[in-house]
Design a binder for this molecule. Structure first.
Ligand SMILES: NC(=O)c1ccc[n+]([C@@H]2O[C@H](COP(=O)([O-])OP(=O)(O)OC[C@H]3O[C@@H](n4cnc5c(N)ncnc54)[C@H](O)[C@@H]3O)[C@@H](O)[C@H]2O)c1
Length: 362
Protein backbone atom coordinates (compact mmCIF):
# COMPACT_ATOMS: atom_id res chain seq x y z
CA UNK A 1 0.00 0.00 0.00
CA UNK A 2 1.31 3.45 -0.89
CA UNK A 3 0.33 6.42 1.25
CA UNK A 4 0.79 10.02 0.16
CA UNK A 5 1.41 12.31 3.13
CA UNK A 6 0.98 16.03 2.51
CA UNK A 7 2.85 18.18 5.02
CA UNK A 8 4.85 15.07 5.89
CA UNK A 9 7.97 17.03 6.84
CA UNK A 10 6.09 18.94 9.54
CA UNK A 11 5.71 18.14 13.21
CA UNK A 12 2.83 15.66 13.22
CA UNK A 13 3.48 14.56 9.64
CA UNK A 14 7.07 13.46 10.30
CA UNK A 15 6.06 11.29 13.29
CA UNK A 16 3.26 9.74 11.23
CA UNK A 17 5.53 9.10 8.23
CA UNK A 18 7.89 7.29 10.60
CA UNK A 19 5.12 5.01 11.86
CA UNK A 20 3.90 4.31 8.31
CA UNK A 21 7.43 3.31 7.26
CA UNK A 22 7.82 1.20 10.38
CA UNK A 23 4.57 -0.59 9.46
CA UNK A 24 6.12 -1.47 6.12
CA UNK A 25 3.99 0.89 4.03
CA UNK A 26 5.37 2.80 1.08
CA UNK A 27 5.34 6.55 1.63
CA UNK A 28 5.51 9.60 -0.61
CA UNK A 29 5.58 13.09 0.88
CA UNK A 30 4.44 16.34 -0.66
CA UNK A 31 5.55 19.43 1.25
CA UNK A 32 6.52 22.95 0.26
CA UNK A 33 8.78 23.14 3.36
CA UNK A 34 7.23 26.53 4.23
CA UNK A 35 7.16 25.53 7.90
CA UNK A 36 9.53 22.57 7.99
CA UNK A 37 12.89 21.25 6.91
CA UNK A 38 13.71 18.28 4.70
CA UNK A 39 16.12 17.37 7.50
CA UNK A 40 13.13 15.96 9.43
CA UNK A 41 12.51 13.49 6.58
CA UNK A 42 16.19 12.61 6.37
CA UNK A 43 16.10 11.70 10.06
CA UNK A 44 12.80 9.83 9.73
CA UNK A 45 14.15 7.55 7.00
CA UNK A 46 17.33 7.09 9.03
CA UNK A 47 15.37 5.93 12.08
CA UNK A 48 13.11 3.66 10.02
CA UNK A 49 15.85 2.39 7.72
CA UNK A 50 13.35 2.70 4.85
CA UNK A 51 13.31 4.96 1.81
CA UNK A 52 10.75 7.52 0.78
CA UNK A 53 10.01 9.89 -2.08
CA UNK A 54 9.68 13.55 -1.18
CA UNK A 55 8.20 16.11 -3.54
CA UNK A 56 8.78 19.81 -2.91
CA UNK A 57 5.44 21.06 -4.18
CA UNK A 58 2.98 23.70 -3.01
CA UNK A 59 -0.65 22.54 -2.91
CA UNK A 60 -1.52 25.80 -4.65
CA UNK A 61 0.54 24.75 -7.69
CA UNK A 62 -2.26 22.74 -9.29
CA UNK A 63 -0.41 21.44 -12.33
CA UNK A 64 2.64 20.11 -10.47
CA UNK A 65 0.38 18.78 -7.71
CA UNK A 66 -1.83 16.87 -10.14
CA UNK A 67 1.19 15.58 -12.04
CA UNK A 68 2.78 14.33 -8.80
CA UNK A 69 -0.38 12.71 -7.39
CA UNK A 70 -0.95 10.91 -10.72
CA UNK A 71 2.70 9.80 -10.72
CA UNK A 72 2.56 8.59 -7.10
CA UNK A 73 -0.78 6.79 -7.58
CA UNK A 74 -1.45 6.58 -3.84
CA UNK A 75 -3.95 4.18 -2.32
CA UNK A 76 -4.68 6.74 0.38
CA UNK A 77 -3.72 10.27 1.40
CA UNK A 78 -3.05 11.67 4.87
CA UNK A 79 -3.45 15.41 4.56
CA UNK A 80 -1.49 17.46 7.12
CA UNK A 81 -0.38 20.36 4.90
CA UNK A 82 -1.80 23.59 6.19
CA UNK A 83 -1.07 26.78 8.08
CA UNK A 84 -1.93 26.60 11.77
CA UNK A 85 -1.20 29.86 13.64
CA UNK A 86 -4.47 31.24 15.02
CA UNK A 87 -3.11 34.77 15.55
CA UNK A 88 -1.68 34.98 12.04
CA UNK A 89 -4.99 33.73 10.64
CA UNK A 90 -6.71 36.72 12.26
CA UNK A 91 -4.28 39.21 10.72
CA UNK A 92 -4.04 37.40 7.34
CA UNK A 93 -7.32 35.51 6.84
CA UNK A 94 -7.09 35.29 3.05
CA UNK A 95 -3.69 33.63 3.27
CA UNK A 96 -5.30 30.96 5.48
CA UNK A 97 -8.40 30.43 3.33
CA UNK A 98 -6.22 30.19 0.23
CA UNK A 99 -3.59 27.88 1.64
CA UNK A 100 -5.86 25.61 3.68
CA UNK A 101 -9.19 25.59 1.82
CA UNK A 102 -7.99 26.11 -1.77
CA UNK A 103 -4.97 23.85 -1.13
CA UNK A 104 -7.33 21.06 0.03
CA UNK A 105 -9.65 21.63 -2.92
CA UNK A 106 -6.70 21.27 -5.30
CA UNK A 107 -5.60 18.12 -3.53
CA UNK A 108 -9.08 16.55 -3.76
CA UNK A 109 -9.26 17.32 -7.48
CA UNK A 110 -5.81 15.82 -8.04
CA UNK A 111 -6.82 12.72 -6.05
CA UNK A 112 -9.99 12.33 -8.09
CA UNK A 113 -7.93 12.50 -11.26
CA UNK A 114 -5.52 9.88 -9.87
CA UNK A 115 -8.49 7.67 -8.88
CA UNK A 116 -7.57 7.83 -5.19
CA UNK A 117 -10.58 8.63 -3.00
CA UNK A 118 -9.40 7.80 0.51
CA UNK A 119 -8.27 10.69 2.71
CA UNK A 120 -7.48 11.23 6.38
CA UNK A 121 -7.73 14.93 7.17
CA UNK A 122 -6.08 16.89 10.00
CA UNK A 123 -8.96 18.72 11.53
CA UNK A 124 -8.82 20.27 14.95
CA UNK A 125 -10.70 20.59 18.22
CA UNK A 126 -10.74 24.28 17.32
CA UNK A 127 -13.91 23.50 15.28
CA UNK A 128 -15.72 23.28 18.63
CA UNK A 129 -14.94 26.97 19.17
CA UNK A 130 -15.55 28.18 22.71
CA UNK A 131 -18.00 25.42 23.62
CA UNK A 132 -18.15 24.80 27.36
CA UNK A 133 -20.23 21.64 26.96
CA UNK A 134 -17.53 19.30 28.27
CA UNK A 135 -16.26 16.78 27.43
CA UNK A 136 -16.34 17.68 23.73
CA UNK A 137 -17.99 14.95 21.67
CA UNK A 138 -17.95 14.51 17.92
CA UNK A 139 -21.58 15.67 17.81
CA UNK A 140 -20.95 18.80 19.90
CA UNK A 141 -22.09 21.65 17.59
CA UNK A 142 -19.25 23.14 15.58
CA UNK A 143 -18.65 26.83 16.03
CA UNK A 144 -15.14 27.94 15.08
CA UNK A 145 -14.25 31.38 16.41
CA UNK A 146 -11.27 32.41 14.26
CA UNK A 147 -10.26 32.17 10.59
CA UNK A 148 -7.90 29.21 11.17
CA UNK A 149 -10.70 27.25 12.86
CA UNK A 150 -13.13 28.22 10.13
CA UNK A 151 -10.75 26.88 7.44
CA UNK A 152 -10.91 23.51 9.25
CA UNK A 153 -14.69 23.74 9.53
CA UNK A 154 -15.12 24.64 5.83
CA UNK A 155 -12.86 21.76 4.81
CA UNK A 156 -14.85 19.33 6.98
CA UNK A 157 -18.04 20.58 5.28
CA UNK A 158 -16.46 20.32 1.83
CA UNK A 159 -15.47 16.72 2.57
CA UNK A 160 -18.98 15.90 3.83
CA UNK A 161 -20.53 17.30 0.66
CA UNK A 162 -18.04 15.45 -1.50
CA UNK A 163 -18.83 12.12 0.19
CA UNK A 164 -22.55 12.81 -0.13
CA UNK A 165 -22.13 13.41 -3.88
CA UNK A 166 -20.03 10.32 -4.61
CA UNK A 167 -20.12 7.19 -2.46
CA UNK A 168 -16.66 6.10 -3.57
CA UNK A 169 -15.00 8.57 -1.18
CA UNK A 170 -13.70 7.31 2.17
CA UNK A 171 -12.94 10.18 4.52
CA UNK A 172 -11.74 10.54 8.10
CA UNK A 173 -11.86 13.91 9.84
CA UNK A 174 -9.57 13.67 12.84
CA UNK A 175 -10.05 16.40 15.41
CA UNK A 176 -6.81 16.75 17.31
CA UNK A 177 -6.67 18.24 20.75
CA UNK A 178 -3.22 19.60 21.81
CA UNK A 179 -0.36 17.62 20.23
CA UNK A 180 2.92 17.72 22.17
CA UNK A 181 5.95 15.52 22.81
CA UNK A 182 8.44 14.07 20.38
CA UNK A 183 9.87 10.77 19.19
CA UNK A 184 11.80 9.05 22.00
CA UNK A 185 15.05 9.16 19.99
CA UNK A 186 15.19 12.95 20.37
CA UNK A 187 15.89 13.12 16.63
CA UNK A 188 12.57 14.58 15.48
CA UNK A 189 10.17 16.95 17.20
CA UNK A 190 8.38 20.26 16.86
CA UNK A 191 10.57 23.00 15.42
CA UNK A 192 8.52 26.21 15.66
CA UNK A 193 9.66 29.13 13.54
CA UNK A 194 9.90 32.33 15.62
CA UNK A 195 7.90 32.67 18.81
CA UNK A 196 6.03 29.42 19.53
CA UNK A 197 2.24 29.78 19.39
CA UNK A 198 1.57 26.90 21.74
CA UNK A 199 2.28 26.55 25.45
CA UNK A 200 4.47 23.46 25.56
CA UNK A 201 7.12 24.52 22.99
CA UNK A 202 7.20 27.94 24.64
CA UNK A 203 7.82 26.38 28.06
CA UNK A 204 10.53 24.19 26.49
CA UNK A 205 12.27 27.29 25.12
CA UNK A 206 12.13 28.99 28.53
CA UNK A 207 13.62 25.86 30.16
CA UNK A 208 16.48 25.80 27.63
CA UNK A 209 17.12 29.52 28.22
CA UNK A 210 16.02 30.86 24.82
CA UNK A 211 13.19 32.85 26.40
CA UNK A 212 13.05 34.47 29.80
CA UNK A 213 9.62 33.58 31.17
CA UNK A 214 6.25 32.07 30.39
CA UNK A 215 3.31 34.40 30.33
CA UNK A 216 0.35 32.58 31.82
CA UNK A 217 -2.84 34.08 30.41
CA UNK A 218 -5.28 34.11 33.30
CA UNK A 219 -4.92 32.79 36.83
CA UNK A 220 -8.53 33.25 37.91
CA UNK A 221 -10.38 30.62 35.90
CA UNK A 222 -12.70 28.24 37.73
CA UNK A 223 -10.16 25.40 37.50
CA UNK A 224 -8.26 23.68 40.32
CA UNK A 225 -5.31 26.11 40.25
CA UNK A 226 -6.98 28.96 38.35
CA UNK A 227 -5.07 28.44 35.07
CA UNK A 228 -6.45 27.11 31.78
CA UNK A 229 -6.80 23.36 31.30
CA UNK A 230 -6.17 21.65 27.94
CA UNK A 231 -6.16 18.08 26.68
CA UNK A 232 -2.56 17.31 25.68
CA UNK A 233 -1.87 14.34 23.47
CA UNK A 234 1.50 12.77 22.69
CA UNK A 235 2.38 13.14 19.02
CA UNK A 236 3.18 9.40 18.79
CA UNK A 237 -0.32 8.54 20.06
CA UNK A 238 -1.72 11.00 17.55
CA UNK A 239 0.30 9.43 14.73
CA UNK A 240 -1.02 5.99 15.72
CA UNK A 241 -4.56 7.38 15.43
CA UNK A 242 -3.91 8.09 11.74
CA UNK A 243 -2.84 4.53 11.06
CA UNK A 244 -5.94 3.27 12.88
CA UNK A 245 -8.16 5.60 10.83
CA UNK A 246 -6.54 4.42 7.57
CA UNK A 247 -7.19 0.86 8.56
CA UNK A 248 -10.82 1.65 9.36
CA UNK A 249 -11.34 3.34 5.99
CA UNK A 250 -10.24 0.18 4.17
CA UNK A 251 -13.67 -1.21 5.16
CA UNK A 252 -15.80 1.93 5.31
CA UNK A 253 -17.10 4.43 2.79
CA UNK A 254 -18.40 7.92 3.60
CA UNK A 255 -17.24 10.43 6.20
CA UNK A 256 -16.17 9.48 9.71
CA UNK A 257 -15.19 11.84 12.50
CA UNK A 258 -13.07 11.11 15.54
CA UNK A 259 -11.70 13.17 18.39
CA UNK A 260 -8.07 12.37 19.06
CA UNK A 261 -7.50 13.47 22.63
CA UNK A 262 -6.74 11.84 25.96
CA UNK A 263 -10.01 12.76 27.61
CA UNK A 264 -8.26 14.50 30.51
CA UNK A 265 -6.74 17.92 30.89
CA UNK A 266 -3.64 19.45 32.44
CA UNK A 267 -3.42 23.02 33.65
CA UNK A 268 -0.79 25.53 32.55
CA UNK A 269 0.84 25.38 35.98
CA UNK A 270 0.92 21.57 35.90
CA UNK A 271 2.73 21.73 32.56
CA UNK A 272 5.22 24.29 33.88
CA UNK A 273 5.84 22.26 37.05
CA UNK A 274 6.36 19.04 35.08
CA UNK A 275 8.84 20.77 32.77
CA UNK A 276 10.83 22.32 35.63
CA UNK A 277 10.96 18.98 37.47
CA UNK A 278 11.92 16.84 34.48
CA UNK A 279 14.40 19.27 32.94
CA UNK A 280 15.93 20.28 36.28
CA UNK A 281 15.84 23.86 35.00
CA UNK A 282 13.92 26.80 36.37
CA UNK A 283 10.88 27.85 34.38
CA UNK A 284 9.97 31.37 35.51
CA UNK A 285 6.41 32.45 34.77
CA UNK A 286 4.17 35.42 35.28
CA UNK A 287 0.39 35.36 35.47
CA UNK A 288 -1.15 38.04 33.26
CA UNK A 289 -4.63 38.90 32.01
CA UNK A 290 -6.82 36.33 30.31
CA UNK A 291 -6.61 36.27 26.53
CA UNK A 292 -9.88 37.17 24.79
CA UNK A 293 -11.56 34.07 23.39
CA UNK A 294 -9.78 31.54 25.64
CA UNK A 295 -11.98 29.08 27.52
CA UNK A 296 -11.20 27.81 31.03
CA UNK A 297 -11.12 24.16 30.06
CA UNK A 298 -11.21 22.02 26.94
CA UNK A 299 -10.94 18.25 26.73
CA UNK A 300 -12.16 15.46 24.52
CA UNK A 301 -14.63 12.68 24.96
CA UNK A 302 -12.37 10.06 23.33
CA UNK A 303 -14.76 7.07 23.49
CA UNK A 304 -15.76 7.00 19.82
CA UNK A 305 -12.16 6.51 18.69
CA UNK A 306 -11.73 3.75 21.25
CA UNK A 307 -14.86 1.92 20.14
CA UNK A 308 -14.46 2.35 16.36
CA UNK A 309 -10.68 2.36 15.99
CA UNK A 310 -9.51 0.52 19.08
CA UNK A 311 -7.34 3.58 19.67
CA UNK A 312 -6.63 5.48 22.84
CA UNK A 313 -3.94 7.81 24.09
CA UNK A 314 -1.34 5.73 25.93
CA UNK A 315 1.23 8.31 27.06
CA UNK A 316 0.75 10.70 29.97
CA UNK A 317 2.03 14.18 30.74
CA UNK A 318 5.33 12.93 32.24
CA UNK A 319 6.28 11.13 29.06
CA UNK A 320 5.16 14.01 26.86
CA UNK A 321 7.41 16.37 28.79
CA UNK A 322 10.34 13.93 28.98
CA UNK A 323 10.28 13.36 25.23
CA UNK A 324 9.81 17.03 24.48
CA UNK A 325 12.72 17.93 26.74
CA UNK A 326 14.99 15.33 25.14
CA UNK A 327 14.22 16.77 21.69
CA UNK A 328 14.62 20.37 22.90
CA UNK A 329 17.88 19.80 24.74
CA UNK A 330 19.49 17.84 21.89
CA UNK A 331 18.27 20.31 19.28
CA UNK A 332 18.13 23.71 21.02
CA UNK A 333 17.92 25.48 17.67
CA UNK A 334 15.66 22.95 15.97
CA UNK A 335 16.71 21.24 12.77
CA UNK A 336 20.05 22.44 11.38
CA UNK A 337 20.17 23.77 7.86
CA UNK A 338 22.09 21.07 6.07
CA UNK A 339 22.54 20.31 2.42
CA UNK A 340 20.48 17.28 1.52
CA UNK A 341 22.29 14.39 -0.02
CA UNK A 342 19.79 12.82 -2.34
CA UNK A 343 20.54 9.65 -4.19
CA UNK A 344 18.98 10.97 -7.32
CA UNK A 345 16.87 13.91 -8.27
CA UNK A 346 14.43 13.62 -11.11
CA UNK A 347 12.01 16.19 -12.38
CA UNK A 348 9.67 16.14 -9.40
CA UNK A 349 10.71 13.78 -6.67
CA UNK A 350 13.67 13.61 -4.35
CA UNK A 351 14.42 10.08 -3.30
CA UNK A 352 15.63 9.98 0.29
CA UNK A 353 17.46 6.78 1.10
CA UNK A 354 16.89 5.00 4.41
CA UNK A 355 20.65 4.63 4.68
CA UNK A 356 21.18 7.96 6.49
CA UNK A 357 23.85 8.81 9.03
CA UNK A 358 22.03 10.28 12.03
CA UNK A 359 23.28 12.70 14.69
CA UNK A 360 24.41 11.06 17.92
CA UNK A 361 21.64 10.66 20.50
CA UNK A 362 23.97 10.21 23.50
N1 LIG B 1 0.03 21.18 16.00
C1 LIG B 1 -1.18 21.44 16.47
O1 LIG B 1 -1.35 21.97 17.57
C2 LIG B 1 -2.40 21.08 15.64
C3 LIG B 1 -3.66 20.96 16.27
C4 LIG B 1 -4.77 20.64 15.50
C5 LIG B 1 -4.65 20.47 14.14
N2 LIG B 1 -3.44 20.61 13.55
C6 LIG B 1 -3.32 20.46 12.10
O2 LIG B 1 -2.46 19.39 11.81
C7 LIG B 1 -1.73 19.64 10.61
C8 LIG B 1 -0.26 19.45 10.87
O3 LIG B 1 0.15 20.29 11.91
P1 LIG B 1 1.66 20.40 12.39
O4 LIG B 1 1.64 20.84 13.81
O5 LIG B 1 2.41 19.20 12.00
O6 LIG B 1 2.11 21.65 11.51
P2 LIG B 1 3.47 21.89 10.69
O7 LIG B 1 3.46 23.31 10.28
O8 LIG B 1 4.63 21.38 11.45
O9 LIG B 1 3.25 20.95 9.42
C9 LIG B 1 2.50 21.36 8.30
C10 LIG B 1 3.32 21.05 7.07
O10 LIG B 1 2.58 21.44 5.91
C11 LIG B 1 3.46 22.13 5.02
N3 LIG B 1 2.61 23.02 4.21
C12 LIG B 1 1.86 24.07 4.62
N4 LIG B 1 1.22 24.62 3.57
C13 LIG B 1 1.54 23.89 2.47
C14 LIG B 1 1.21 23.96 1.10
N5 LIG B 1 0.41 24.93 0.61
N6 LIG B 1 1.73 23.06 0.25
C15 LIG B 1 2.56 22.08 0.71
N7 LIG B 1 2.94 21.97 2.00
C16 LIG B 1 2.43 22.86 2.87
C17 LIG B 1 4.46 22.85 5.92
O11 LIG B 1 5.68 23.14 5.27
C18 LIG B 1 4.65 21.82 7.03
O12 LIG B 1 5.69 20.91 6.73
C19 LIG B 1 -2.12 21.05 10.18
O13 LIG B 1 -3.10 20.95 9.17
C20 LIG B 1 -2.67 21.66 11.43
O14 LIG B 1 -3.64 22.65 11.15
C21 LIG B 1 -2.30 20.90 14.28
Amino acid sequence: MRVLVTGGAGYIGSHTVLQLLQEGLQVSVIDNFSNSSPESLRRVVGIAGQNLDAYQIDLLDTSRLTQAVCEIKPDAVIHFAGLKAVGESVSQPLKYYKNNVVGTLNLLEAMDEAECRTIVFSSSATVYGDSTDLPLRENTPRNATNPYGRTKLHIEEMLEELAASDSRWRIANLRYFNPVGAHESGLIGEDPQGIPNNLMPFVAQVAIGKRTEVQVFGGDYSTADGTGVRDYIHVLDLAAGHLAALDYLSNAQGVHVWNLGSGAGSSVLEVIDAFARISGRSVPYQITDRRPGDVAESYAHPEKARLDLGWKAERGLEQMVEDMWRWQSKNPDGFPEVAMEFLHQDELALFISGNQKLPSTD
